[in-house]
Design a protein around this ligand. Structure first.
Ligand code: HEM
Length: 145
């Protein structure tokens, strides 16, 4: 005997819903999503920029910089680094930081601020994943002749 149509439909529907309800397997999710997507990254960068532009250890470089644009630009950059589908339209790290002649101490202070911001918003794994991706940029950002 053929099952009534509504039964077939509800079985199909249950199958679809079941497939969607499965969260992606842990290792396959992008860091971008684990950071809370664009909204999450925006909040992290906002905290970082607020700190870096006022802390006496780092603030001198940000004199006269348009902070709204800087916030947006760093958010887009971190989004791309984390595997999100964003458009970063700024300069490369060496060019953009060259004029400020950033020291190693300034770089390390900013990374400490980033750690604090990440602790406020995401877990340890997400924090370490992002820091690991940004760490190699030190050689471009810290000034050397
Ligand atoms: C991993 C560390 C860092 C990352 C990923 C990073 C990323 C960026 C990005 C994406 C921009 C925007 C560039 C553009 O729009 O063209 C930027 C600009 C800037 N960053 Fe960094 N940065 C880092 C460390 C630092 C440090 C340590 C300082 C100073 C203490 C600093 C000071 C600045 C300043 C002053 C600008 C504005 C440059 C301008 O508009 O002329 N950054 N940074």
């Amino acid at each position: 005997m053929k099952p009534p149509h509504h039964l077939l439909l509800s079985l199909l529907f249950a199958g679809t819903v079941g497939a969607c309800a499965h969260p992606p397997a842990a290792g396959t999710d992008t860091l971008y999503r684990r950071l809370g997507g664009e909204a999450g990254i925006t909040a992290i960068v906002k905290d970082l920029v607020a700190e870096a532009t006022t802390d006496p250890r780092t603030r001198r470089s940000f004199d006269g910089i348009r902070l709204k644009h800087l916030n947006h630009s760093i958010t887009m950059y971190v989004c791309v680094v984390a595997g999100g589908q964003c458009e970063y339209e700024g300069e490369d790290m060496k060019k953009t930081h060259a004029d400020a002649r950033i020291t190693e101490a300034e770089f390390d202070a900013l990374v400490a601020m980033l750690r604090t911001a990440l602790d406020r918003h995401v877990g340890t794994r997400e924090k370490n994943d992002l820091l690991q991706r940004l760490a190699p940029m030190k050689r471009d950002i810290v000034f050397s002749d």
